[in-house]
Design a protein around this ligand. Structure first.
Ligand code: HEM
Length: 399
């Protein structure tokens, strides 16, 4: 199998597998709502763009991240068996296959809302407790357990853990909302909702798709990614059912924007090691210039601080890099006008132990950014491999 270059996939192909509407003229109804003749309009819209649900790997990992991402954790009802979980996954996979193709789910009460998926992807994951179910104990991938507690953590149960993950991403929040409603309706006989985290990136079409997005702290976030997905992201060892899957570490990280605002620009850039204007490393000129961790200033001190985020997070072996696919969150304001905002940090990797944990440990030990960021939620999921049409996600484990 060819090893796709993640950066190239995200930046060049856009990862959109089917773009039904690009060459199709749109038809609009009269603005006054009258039943008159619809007018022909030659503009193109992204609503009909679809990403295939089927394939060797689940969509929503290497897929270029659409503007909206909702992460839902389900808590399975007590007594859930392997067979019942399989029944739920069969139903949910069928819903996902239809909705991502722009088709209504079975018994969709609002079928019109399914017709503009806007690159909708639905990605499923299994949390550690799934492997406590009778018959699944010996099939737990060794990585699928809660992370150790870090000194910087201020975790809240309302954002942590979870048995089954449903990750919904699309460029149109209506597509996400409709998919959420349809899937949760079908999940209700099997599970309750543990938490929902809604995130966003720049709106579709607001900037050139090749540009790295900014996070709520104003930084270009997502420059350095693994070059080879087959080695860094997809699992190739451990239990056979998991081959072609990946692991997701989801951290909800609050951004302390009030104190961050009080820092001057130079201090903000020093804390990361990159410039705010263009994301260039402090040792370079453009975003894609390599970070020179050996460079010294006129006083003989490192240009990129010993405690700067990019130095602490840097992984020399490219095969061990994590795939970062962060979303911002903004859950409104306190009555005093203080923001409740931050980053839903989604990290995909073949191995939590070999790839994610060493970075998180280094950041926990000392990272200037810790002053303005606080992890308040943490969850780990096994993201099973993809499936072919007629099959369902989780079949290799539960079928
Ligand atoms: C709110 C928290 C965080 C913020 C605001 C943040 C921001 C950034 C920024 C601005 C960069 C530089 C540009 C880039 O390469 O994308 C970066 C790099 C990076 N971050 Fe974070 N980050 C956060 C949390 C984390 C966490 C929790 C991890 C992993 C445990 C992590 C891992 C990395 C890695 C691996 C790099 C690339 C380092 C390199 O090789 O140059 N970050 N981050």
């Amino acid at each position: 199998m060819n090893a796709p270059n993640v950066g190239r996939r995200w930046l060049i192909t856009g990862g959109v597998l089917a773009v039904g509407s690009m060459a199709t003229a749109a038809v609009t109804a009269p603005a006054d709502g009258s039943p008159g003749e619809a007018k022909q309009d030659n503009r193109t819209f992204f609503g009909q763009e679809t990403v295939s649900f089927h394939g060797a790997h689940q969509a929503g990992v290497l897929t270029p991240p659409p503007a909206h991402g909702t992460f839902i954790a389900l808590a399975l009802l007590p007594g859930t068996t392997k067979r019942l979980l399989g029944n739920m996954m069969r139903l949910l996979s069928d819903d996902a296959a239809r909705l991502t193709a722009g088709l209504p789910a079975l018994a969709d009460t609002e079928p019109e809302l399914a017709l503009a998926p806007g690159r909708l992807t639905v990605t499923f994951g299994f949390g550690p407790e799934v492997f406590a179910i009778d018959g699944l104990e010996s099939l737990r991938p060794s990585d699928i357990e809660p992370l150790p507690r870090f000194g910087i953590d201020r975790l809240e149960p309302r954002w942590s853990g979870g048995d089954v993950l449903i990750q919904l991403c699309a460029d149109d929040p209506m597509a996400v909302a409709h998919a959420q409603r349809m899937l949760i309706k079908d999940a209700r006989p099997f599970a309750t909702v543990a938490w929902v985290q809604k995130g966003f990136r720049n709106a579709a079409g607001s900037a050139h798709p090749e540009l790295t997005q900014r996070n709520v702290m104003g930084q270009l976030d997502g420059t350095i990614q693994p070059p080879l997905a087959d080695r860094s992201v997809w699992v190739g060892d451990g239990p056979a059912w998991f081959h072609g899957g990946t692991t997701l570490v989801l951290r909800r990280i609050r951004a302390e924007l009030e104190t961050w605002d009080a820092v001057e620009r130079e201090g903000k850039e020093h804390s990361v090691g990159r410039r705010l204007a263009d994301g260039a490393p402090l040792t370079g000129h453009t975003e894609r210039d390599p970070v020179d961790l050996t460079a010294k200033n006129s006083l003989g001190l490192p240009v990129i601080s010993t405690f700067a985020h990019v130095r602490r997070a840097h992984v020399a072996d490219e095969n061990l890099r994590i795939l970062r696919r962060p979303y911002n969150y903004d859950d409104g304001l306190s009555t005093g006008g203080l923001p409740d905002t931050g980053i839903i940090f989604a990290s995909y990797q073949a191995s939590v132990a070999k790839q994610f944990l060493p970075i998180q440990r280094a950041l926990d030990e000392s990272d200037l950014l810790n002053e303005w960021t606080t992890p308040i939620g943490s969850a780990v999921f096994a993201i099973p491999p993809g499936c072919a049409p007629g099959q369902w996600i989780g079949q290799t484990l539960l079928g």
